[in-house]
Design a protein around this ligand. Structure first.
Ligand code: FES
Length: 136
């Protein structure tokens, strides 16, 4: 893991994101501000490798009604906490990387450190920096 300054706190307002895909990098990352907390996700969907971090950020709908019921109450919750992959619409919790539909599936997450005005991410260098540019 390597600590990299990925930007300034002011660059990513609440509800915003910054996606960094380095030239010839393998994946890149997305940094999200969810209600004032920062999270970073690998920019590759674990389903079919879509650019997950470019997807829509929203909430999720849920109901306790059985599938056979055509009318019922639907709750909308967790606005701004869920990202939907642009390829096949699978949903992931931005804070944990957990796939909502499959408990065995998770997108890789990285710790985000706020250091004064700087945002620092602990990244796996192979996801972020082209291999020929890093040295251990
Ligand atoms: S590639 Fe993301 S849902 Fe299929």
């Amino acid at each position: 893991m390597k600590r990299i300054v990925v930007g300034k706190v002011a660059e990513i307002p609440e509800g915003g994101r910054k996606i960094i895909v380095p030239f010839r990098g393998r994946a890149g990352i997305g940094i999200f501000n969810v209600k004032g907390a920062f999270y970073a996700l690998r920019n590759i969907c674990p389903h079919k490798r879509g650019p997950l971090c470019t997807g829509e950020v929203a909430g999720r709908s849920s109901t306790t009604a059985p599938p056979s019921v055509t009318e019922g109450f639907v709750d909308y919750e967790r606005e701004g906490e869920i990202i939907r992959c642009p390829w096949h619409a699978w949903q992931f919790d931005i804070a944990t990387g957990q796939c909502l539909a499959d408990p065995d599936l998770r997108v890789k997450t990285y710790p985000v450190i706020v250091d004064g005005e700087d945002l620092i991410v602990d990244v796996d260098v192979s996801d972020f920096i082209p291999e020929e540019n890093y040295h251990e």
